[in-house]
Design a protein around this ligand. Structure first.
Ligand SMILES: Cc1cc2nc3c(=O)[nH]c(=O)nc-3n(C[C@H](O)[C@H](O)[C@H](O)COP(=O)(O)OP(=O)(O)OC[C@H]3O[C@@H](n4cnc5c(N)ncnc54)[C@H](O)[C@@H]3O)c2cc1C
Length: 384
């Protein structure tokens, strides 16, 4: 059976890596970037996603290249502690919560894909049924024929747009800016977040440095064409005004040679995650995209990609569509529910007004974060 995958990101590489282990299918991955990029941002990995590395035979490498996050602390704008959660207790039955740079994650996943499978510099832009199969067309005029095609081309999926047109985004009204500060800005193994009005600051320790995330309302967000220094200076001014408890931590504003990475805090949900007579599956952010608020997008991409690889590994050309239908029945509701949790969390993490922030912070002292992430933790019990 021939499988065409558009996108060598977290989901696409997972499907390709797992199918390579079964050796039963002919897989081609189309990636529009000319090569794998720079360090990007940091990723928090729940055991939901981390477990997939067992199936890939890469669990030890994942452990070596990541940091265990066993504490999660939320502070109010003046630096007062609102919540302190022992993550190892929360996740004890499932495995550790890990922090890893996207570059390291992609490096591990891509090492599972045999040479020659990934075609770099190919932008998938449309697909159509053809005889007993499907063809994916690229913007350079090349075409790729398979029994099944997988849209794993991320949040701004060209294939989703081709299939369904522009799908309305769920927009929080905030922009997030991420960069790498030196190690040690936050206590070891501790994810710390500072929730203030009009400013959210997250600090996540990773192997090579501290991943900093600053969320601000779009109306206040710095001009992205500014220099890195100008962007960080503007963000610091906003945080100093609204979230002074963390603004004074000088190292947090030390970019080194990293460049702030802008991520509009929007997500998207395709009307369906299968298309073209079930010869196409939209996996990861292309089908059900994630805000980074619950830190669970990569885990869902990994886990639903692993489920798809499993269903495809059972199929032959004649049952290719059945395998995509079966995958859809298993994962769509579950992933949608995790997406909903990320949206709900965004409502309390990203608030504009001081009065709303005061109310949320008062509630936070009494409503454990565990309540808000209950269904994410529960989803680890549900078969994908
Ligand atoms: C700033 C930020 C912080 C995040 N933090 C976390 C976190 O802490 N925890 C977590 O679990 N998740 C986090 N996420 C979400 C997580 O990164 C995504 O959910 C995950 O990457 C989705 O995987 P994917 O494979 O669907 O998409 P991606 O990993 O984005 O991969 C898509 C791939 O497709 C390629 N591509 C795009 N268009 C085309 C095309 N037309 N043709 C061919 N190739 C194409 C892209 O170059 C890319 O390689 C974060 C996301 C961001 C942006």
């Amino acid at each position: 059976m021939k499988v065409i995958i558009a996108g060598a990101g977290i989901a696409g590489l997972t499907v390709a890596g797992l199918l390579a282990r079964t050796g039963s299918h002919d897989v081609t991955v189309l990636e529009h970037a000319p090569s794998f990029g720079d360090a990007g941002y940091g990723i928090g990995l729940y055991p939901l996603g981390g477990a997939v590395f067992n199936a890939l035979g890469k669990a030890d490498e994942l452990a070596r290249r990541s940091v265990v996050l066993n504490k999660y602390i939320v502070y109010g704008p003046n630096g007062d502690e609102l919540q302190s959660v022992d993550l190892s207790a929360l996740l004890s039955a499932y495995g550790p919560m890990l922090g890893i740079s996207r570059a390291d994650l992609i490096d591990i996943l891509s090492s599972c894909v045999p040479d020659g499978v990934i075609r770099f510099g190919v932008h998938a832009q449309s697909a159509e049924l053809s005889g007993d199969g499907i063809i994916v067309h690229a913007s350079d005029g090349s075409s790729f024929q398979g029994d099944v095609a997988i849209a794993a081309d991320g949040m701004n999926s060209a294939l989703r747009t081709w299939l369904f047109g522009e799908v309305k985004r769920h927009d929080t009204g905030f922009n997030a800016w991420m960069w790498w500060a030196p190690p040690g800005v936050v206590a070891a193994h501790t994810a710390a977040e500072h929730w203030g009005p009009s400013s959210f600051v997250g600090l996540y320790p990773m192997l090579h440095g501290t991943n900093v995330a600053v969320g601000v309302p779009k109306a206040l967000s710095p001009d992205p064409t500014g220099t890195p220094t100008e962007i960080v200076k503007a963000l610091r001014a906003i945080v100093s005004e609204h979230n002074p408890g963390v603004a004074g931590v000088a190292e947090l504003w030390d970019l080194g040679d990293s460049r702030p990475f802008l991520w509009p805090m929007q997500d998207v949900r395709a009307p369906r995650i299968t298309a073209l007579d079930d010869r196409m599956a939209l996996v990861g952010d292309s089908g059900i995209g994630f805000l980074p608020t619950a830190g669970v997008g990569a885990s869902n991409a990994l886990r639903s990609a692993a489920a798809l690889a499993y269903d495809l590994s059972l199929a032959d050309s004649a049952s290719a569509q059945l395998s995509v239908r079966r995958w859809n029945a298993r994962v769509s509701k579950l992933v949608e529910s995790n997406q909903e949790d990320s949206r709900q969390l965004a409502k309390v993490m990203m608030v504009k007004h001081e009065s709303a922030s005061r109310v949320i912070n008062a509630i936070m002292k009494h409503m454990p974060v565990t309540t808000m992430t209950k269904s994410i933790v529960k989803s680890m019990e549900v078969p994908f």
